[in-house]
Design a protein around this ligand. Structure first.
Ligand code: GCV
Length: 719
């Protein structure tokens, strides 16, 4: 590094040390910066002359602590709580059970059908003054109401006349951490695991509390602490004590802990000869183990299980079904109120069947077999968190089983900790997709919120992008994906854009210019990521040893279904995976209106074209271009979009803090470089089949295909 660069780096470090609040991203969207709009401050001060929080639970203490932090930060004044309102306008927080004032206002009438987590916020006259009321049936409802109220202040909204009534649409809203007990995070791009198993239970890192606050603020109420590629060790007494310590921290914030259960644990921990789910000894072992867990963690949420998938043990090792396996654990958990989240991410190397079809084939015959406390956890698409996938055909197809969603928040296939990719548009695309299971309007969102088939246990999981990096998620913008996931798990009808706007206001700035520039960048980022990696329905084109860079040439490996050629099927005729009747017929797994739309080349949305069809290179696309030219167009569009994001980011210089500005600026530089590599590597490779030139008007690749193929990245994080 040059002397000049070192000097400017030192200056930057000094500047950040001297800044009162170094913007290192630690505070996430709970920054509570001083509000600059005087009129708003006056309005808020007037409404909040007195604060009363009724209730003595740990949750009420958390509410008070959050209000104190938030109001002191945003209003710049000391905050005091009163036992009773004396004079002036007042904010009253309480349940009908804990607060005589709430009862005197007959607020309970407003709480019908709001369940355990819903809340009401409203403004009402109260003894010659004005009161803002936050009430709920439980203290956790109050906590959610408080965060929702604070969000109004954080996003600069009037609180003069409030009338808010809200509750989550999905019951269990979880993060799934793919964290190993040794601290490594599988597909984690933000440092090591947040859980320091070595120092637990004795040392409670304050970050655990901040983690709980952040989750509660967006409605997340469960966390599966450990990797689905599970280690049975976490079920031992030594580790349960550590898990219990975390559960104690999370409880006041309404968050339950879940653990991943390794199916072979009875053999590995219990010394049994088998883990056969129908074996009496095995049943006894799990029953006792679950009883033991509940002695440590009385509100333990349940198990998340990856079985008979990518080498994990499962019931099929003993000739049993996924139903037998899930029910074994469900029976043990049922008396305690716990649930099993059994993953549908299964596919076999031996199976010659299209990988996209296997989960459906495996689970459909089991539809009526699962116990009531089993949820089948289905990834949004049938392959594996690709930049774009059509919705998984299991959604809508299992009427008698509770199906839950698994999204990936960590960006395994979308640039990991380096590329700026806002994922809410991806989540929304899937949630809004219509399965037609019961005619038009049978959206994926309605399958998982239980309304389509009348299921009462409903859930959503997001594979976490959190690590021990100071800013939690590695890329400063990646926090928005954690945030957006939580908001959508609460209510899938929010738009990606409104969530982005809230997040920007709370995390960066209220400046309209900043909001509009950053929102534009975020909203175009996912599509850009699709375009420069896998446009027009291509998928699974990444390298062999990692999932960061391109590798469309990967073939002839021990597992065909882990290679790129298996998916792109490029040949001299064309490109794409034929999943129509003439091919794998995966289309038959969708309900007829969807299957017919996808099956017809004319009606298949072009973004899914090569997912479902092997299309000739000279096929005429809607744009009038040939398929080959369209492919080139899309790849170049993707790199142009990233360059546009980069140019837009430059406009934020001086409008946001320098630390995060520079961090993202550097990462965008890497993203432009990587996007060009993806584009050139893929097009040069596919050209060997199309035999057609990359149109001359485009900037031509600087390297040869062979040079791209030689790029060999080692030791990438999270691999
Ligand atoms: C946890 C993909 C990922 C694996 C992950 C697996 C899963 O294959 O690459 O890292 O394993 O999905 O979801 O189980």
């Amino acid at each position: 590094m040059s002397k000049l660069k070192i000097q400017s780096l030192i200056l930057l470090i000094l500047a950040s040390i001297m800044t009162l609040h170094a913007e290192d991203g630690y505070r996430l969207w709970l920054r509570y910066e001083k509000i600059s709009n005087e009129a708003l401050i006056n309005e808020y001060n007037e409404a909040l002359e007195q604060l009363v929080v009724e209730g003595s639970s740990e949750t009420c203490a958390a509410i008070k602590a959050e209000l104190e932090l938030a109001l002191e930060g945003m209003l710049g004044k000391e905050v005091h709580f009163a036992d009773k309102p004396t004079s002036g306008n007042v904010l009253i927080i309480g349940t009908p059970a804990s607060s005589a004032m709430i009862r005197s206002l007959k607020a309970e009438n407003k709480l019908q059908d709001l369940g355990d987590e819903g809340y009401v916020i409203y403004t009402t006259p109260y003894r010659n003054r004005k009161a803002t009321i936050i009430t709920a049936n439980t203290d956790i409802g109050l906590l959610y109401g408080t965060y929702s109220f604070l969000r109004l202040l954080q996003t600069g909204q009037s609180i003069a006349e409030l009338s808010v009534r809200d509750q989550p649409e999905i019951k269990l809203r979880l993060l799934n951490h793919w964290d190993n007990l040794d601290g490594h995070v599988e597909r984690g791009y933000a440092g090591n695991s947040l859980w320091d198993w070595h120092t637990l239970p004795d040392y409670i890192n304050p970050r655990y509390v901040d983690y709980a606050r952040a989750n509660a603020s967006i409605g997340i109420n469960g966390t599966a602490l450990t990797n689905v590629n599970a280690d049975a060790q976490v079920l031992t007494a030594e580790y349960l004590e550590k898990v219990a310590a975390l559960a104690d921290v999370f409880r006041p914030y309404g968050i339950k802990v879940y653990l991943t259960a390794r199916f072979s644990a009875p053999v590995e921990l219990g010394g049994l000869e088998t883990a056969d789910p129908l074996d009496e000894e095995v049943i006894r072992w799990w029953t006792l183990k679950v009883d033991e867990i509940y002695t440590y963690i009385p509100d333990f949420g349940g198990f998340l299980v990856k079985a008979n998938s990518e080498g994990q043990p499962g019931p099929q090792n003993y000739g049993r079904t996924h139903g037998d396996g899930a029910n074994l654990l469900a029976n043990a958990l049922a008396p305690h109120g716990g649930v099993v989240m059994w993953r549908a991410f299964v596919y076999s190397n031996e199976e010659p069947e299209d990988r996209a079809k296997q989960a459906y084939n495996e689970f459909i015959p089991l539809d009526k077999q699962f116990k009531a406390n089993v949820l089948i956890q289905v990834k949004n698409g049938a392959i594996d968190f690709q930049p774009r996938e059509p919705f998984h055909p299991l959604f809508g197809a299992m009427e008698h089983t509770s199906l839950m969603m698994e999204f990936q928040i960590t960006q395994e296939y979308l640039g990991q900790g380096i590329h700026l990719t806002y994922l809410a548009p991806l989540y929304k695309e899937c949630l809004d997709a219509d399965t037609y299971a019961k005619g038009e309007g049978s959206t994926v969102a309605r399958v998982i919120d239980g309304s389509l088939f009348d299921h009462s246990i409903t859930a959503m999981a997001g594979v976490s992008n959190i690590g021990d990096d100071r800013n939690w998620c590695g890329h400063p913008i990646a926090q928005s994906n954690w945030y957006a996931y939580g908001r959508l798990a609460w209510n899938a009808s929010f738009s990606a854009e409104e969530i982005a706007e809230d997040w920007i206001r709370m995390t960066f700035s209220e400046d309209p210019e900043v909001i509009s520039i950053l929102k534009k960048i975020m909203m175009m980022s996912r599509e850009a990521g699709v375009n420069y990696r896998t446009p027009l329905g291509l998928h699974h084109q990444m390298a062999w040893h990692h999932h960061y860079g391109p590798g469309p040439w990967i073939k002839d490996k021990p597992r065909a279904d882990w290679t790129s050629a298996y998916y792109n099927r490029a040949d001299t005729v064309g490109i794409g995976f034929d999943r129509t009747k003439s091919g794998s017929n995966a289309l038959s797994q969708y309900f007829p209106p969807v299957a017919e739309k996808f099956a017809n080349l004319k009606t298949c949305p072009e973004e899914f074209l090569l997912w479902f069809h092997h299309v000739p290179w000279d096929y005429k696309m809607k744009s009038g271009r040939t398929l080959w030219d369209e492919l080139c167009y899309k790849y170049y569009l993707g790199t142009d979009q990233v360059k546009e994001m980069q140019a837009d980011w430059e406009k934020l210089k001086g409008r946001i803090d320098d630390e995060r500005f520079r961090h993202v600026q550097s990462l965008l530089k890497m993203q432009v470089r990587d996007a060009i590599e993806w584009r050139n590597a893929c097009l040069l490779y596919f050209r060997t089949y199309s035999g057609m030139p990359i149109p001359a008007e485009y900037e031509q690749a600087e390297r040869t295909l062979e040079e791209y193929m030689k790029i060999d990245r080692k030791f990438l994080p999270g691999s």
